[in-house]
Write a protein of this length. Structure first.
Lengths: 258, 245
């Protein structure tokens, strides 16, 4: 199988996911959770080659034995494949797809209040990140954001587009040059990824998301901090309103069927 | 075809009977606390109230579809052992409720001074039961809740019994009772705070916007018999479009 060594940026993002895992996990389980989340978010994709065990263990700050346990758990789940020899190592096998039923169940069980609270945090992270990005983003950052916004626009598959949306948000925090904001954004997006984003939406609302992304990128490129913050906050809020709408719909529909 | 007002009335009946049931159960426990204190020759020690642990555990278990915890806060200086004492229990998915530890050290950052919290001061000063919130109980359980509280007057001062309604559970009861996506219906707490609604834009915990307050189509007290202890209203809104036309 063709494989590519993961970029140092993918590795950095993986490291930033530390702390997103649920409480009470052992060290090995924490690391498998982080790698699984990175796959779920599309930070690591099929064919990506993980660094050698000794390098990865050192980066993650764990012993090679603990890392081997994490990798074994991922192998059992079929998420990575490990081969021996000179060109050996662990390669990401597949994209994790939670089923619609799993995602819907999670969204139905998450209350409006919990969603609103998640949205408030998201809006805080997004608007401050966009504000800082407007004064700090380099040309490469702006180009990355433009590309992600375009790829989001042009992706047809619903799940893939959702992942692209997440990566766009995280990249705004990266453009803000803040590792704490990036880490917070990543963890938030990881949580949102486990919720149901609904059936393919009609092109109208899809267009409005695309326009909102463009407005954020434009404001960052123009170094207009206030406009960037406003656009990012608006975007976060409309996404959360959409999720709450789905949650209400699912809750009501189930009650009718019961 | 049911009218929105009929849906509002049905929802109000279901909500008020659930909540008033909780008040009634809490009042029974409060009566027992008052009786123990009145029967004691001098200020009762905490050990006299040990029966509460079982009473509250049963109460929490029986009402787990609405509440996630309950407890008692003793009047300042009422216990011989300590000036302040708070005993709160939280329901667990399995087994009996767990004791919630509160930081009662005044020098600590997370000091939980319950004697200044509304859920304690209101029933203690008025002598009446009341539903407080929604509010974020920082230092308590750190989530957005509504507390139903009931006074237990004793010769040593008024203790307060309470239970915590989670907004997630209340939302389920509300939506199940309402069965309506349109028009927008909002369960409104005191001071215009949204408890829950069937509209994504009008989210739990926010204040009802002035523009929304201006398009109220119908309004109904949830508990017509006890508006002071359950100061909640159900309101429905006119469509935005209809206002403009």
């Amino acid at each position: 199988m063709q494989s590519m060594a993961i970029s140092s940026r993918a590795l950095d993002l993986l490291l930033l996911l530390r702390g997103s895992e649920p409480e009470g996990l052992g060290r090995a389980d924490q690391v498998s959770y982080q790698i699984e989340t990175a796959i779920l978010m599309g930070i690591l994709t099929e064919g990506d080659r993980l660094p050698t065990e000794s390098v990865l263990a050192a980066e993650l700050g764990i012993s090679p034995i603990t890392l081997r346990q994490s990798l074994a758990a991922l192998r059992t789940k079929g998420l990575i494949e490990t081969s021996r020899g000179r060109s050996g190592g662990s390669v990401i096998r597949r994209q994790i797809e939670l089923t619609d039923t799993q995602l819907q169940h999670k969204l139905k069980d998450t209350s409006t209040e919990a969603l609103r609270d998640l949205g408030d945090l998201g809006a805080a992270i997004a608007s401050m990140s966009a504000r800082l990005a407007a004064s700090r983003a380099g040309p490469q950052n702006v180009e990355d954001l433009e590309n992600l916004a375009k790829r989001h626009r042009d992706t047809l598959d619903e799940r893939a587009r959702r992942r692209m949306d997440s990566r766009f948000h995280v990249s705004v925090s990266i453009a803000a040059q803040s590792s704490r904001l990036t880490s917070a954004a990543l963890q938030l997006e990881a949580e949102l990824m486990t919720l149901w984003w609904g059936l393919p939406v009609h092109s109208g609302s899809q267009n409005s998301l695309v326009k909102q992304h463009m407005a954020i990128v434009d404001a960052i490129r123009d170094r207009d901090a206030d406009a960037a913050a406003r656009a990012a906050e608006h975007h976060s809020r409309s996404e959360m309103e959409y999720l709450i709408e789905q949650h209400l719909g699912l809750t009501m529909r189930t009650e009718e069927g019961a | 075809m049911e009218t929105p007002m009929e849906a509002l009335e049905r929802t109000a009946t279901i909500l008020s009977s659930s909540i008033n049931g909780l008040f009634t159960d809490l009042e029974k426990i409060a009566d027992a606390v008052t009786a123990v204190a009145n029967a004691a020759p001098e200020a009762p020690r905490r050990s006299e109230f040990l029966f509460l642990k079982q009473e509250l555990a049963d109460f929490i278990k029986l009402n787990s579809d609405l509440i996630n915890g309950a407890g008692i806060a003793y009047a300042t200086g009422s216990l011989p052992e300590t000036p302040h004492w708070l005993e709160w229990w939280r329901g667990q998915p399995k087994g009996g409720p767990r004791f919630v530890t509160h930081d009662l050290n005044p020098d600590s950052l997370s000091y939980y001074d319950y004697t200044t919290r509304e859920w304690f001061t209101l029933p203690a000063s008025t002598g009446q039961p009341v539903a407080v919130g929604p509010y974020v109980d920082l230092g308590g359980i750190n989530v957005n809740i509504i507390t139903l509280c009931v006074p237990a007057p004793t010769p040593q001062g008024t203790h307060v019994l309470g239970c915590d309604l989670t907004l997630a559970k209340l939302e389920r009861v509300f939506l199940r009772a309402l069965q309506l996506r349109e028009p927008a219906v909002i369960l409104l707490g005191p001071n215009g705070r949204v408890i829950t609604s069937n509209n994504a834009r009008i989210a739990t915990g926010t204040l009802l916007l002035e523009e929304d307050a201006q398009r109220v189509a119908a309004s109904l007290d949830v508990s017509a018999g006890h508006p002071s202890r359950l100061p909640w209203k159900l309101i429905s809104l006119h469509d935005k479009a209809r206002i403009g036309s």
